[in-house]
Write a new protein. Sequence first.
Length: 205
Amino acid sequence: MSVPARSLVWDLPTRLFHWSLVVLVGLAYITAEAEDTLFRLHELSGYSILVLLLFRLLWGFAGNRHARFRDFVRGWTRVRTYTRTLLTGHPENHAGHNPLGGWMILALLGTLATITGSGFFAPGDGMGEELHEGLSGLLLALIGVHLAGVLLHSLLTGENLVRAMWTGRKQVSFALPEVSSAPLYLRAGFCLALALGATWWLITP
């Protein structure tokens, strides 16, 4: 029998993206109704979130195995199978994101992208503001579902997913090969530079 091993699943750029996004979304939320300097902080948070979203889009193709969209965006059959095992109390073990978690990631990223777009590019009238605020409410709901899913999966499997996203390591049934850091950081730096350049181009009049 294979012995469970703690292997590096989520690379450092993926983890930095995740926790930076958590901080920035929280900051944007608490400064949403602010004025003057604090509202400027809200805008800067929005710009930074846009950079992160563009980076994650690129990283979904250039990152390590478990950061790539093709690794965790699964078809309906895989989602249904995983859901059945989850309902029995014995969810399938996935090294990276499980099939339901993969679609939740896409929902969160898509909603965030739409919120950011409505904040910067939608008309500044009442309709634009209502769209921005309404989508923010949807985002909070999705975050709640996401956290509930993380808690449920952690309770059923005994795997602390929050810690795993912090350290990058998860307990898997087989050891995953370690990846060289130098090429990884070069790719991450290139993707970040592209994201910064695209954001500058988008927001500059």
